[in-house]
Write a protein that binds this ligand. Structure first.
Ligand SMILES: [Zn+2]
Ligand SMILES: [Zn+2]
Length: 144
């Protein structure tokens, strides 16, 4: 009764010539590979996205010196999209009925994962080097 029905079938045309890459900044699929990041459209999207994130990063940085603690409200559950890591990050840090404002984002910015992802992101997107430091928090920043 045992009949070998397992056949590996290669469907012609199922594999594209080059892997399609999706640009999360421009929200479009492109095939031209590396060249895309140099395009004016991509660089403009990148600048705008970084400028949107920057005020929240700056607020988190200020919280190093003067941590603000508030009574917990559901609004503190808010997340912030980290462009470099491509993930949601809790902006604030809640302990019971208290919230350390910007604590979540600050912890994220200081994490080695974020540093690694930021370096990769900057390299892949050919972003301005001077801008990078603004999106990183080093242990020295804490010590100051
Ligand atoms: Zn793009
Ligand atoms: Zn990150």
């Amino acid at each position: 009764m045992a009949r070998d029905l397992l056949l590996v079938v290669e469907i012609p045309g199922s594999r594209p010539m080059a892997p399609a890459q999706r640009c999360t900044l421009c929200r479009q699929t492109f095939f031209c590979g590396r060249g895309h990041v140099y395009s004016r459209k991509h660089q403009r999207q990148l600048k705008e996205a970084l400028e949107r994130l920057l005020p929240r990063v700056e607020a988190a940085r200020k919280a190093i010196r003067a941590a603000q603690v508030e009574r917990y409200v559901p609004e503190h559950e808010r997340c912030c999209w980290c462009l470099c890591c491509g993930c949601e990050v809790r902006e604030h840090l809640s302990h019971g009925n208290l919230t350390v404002l910007h604590g979540g984002l600050l912890e994220h910015l200081a994490s080695p994962e974020h540093k690694k992802a930021t370096n990769k992101f900057w390299w892949e997107n050919k972003a301005e080097v001077q801008m990078k430091e603004k999106f990183l928090v080093t242990p020295q920043d804490y010590a100051r």
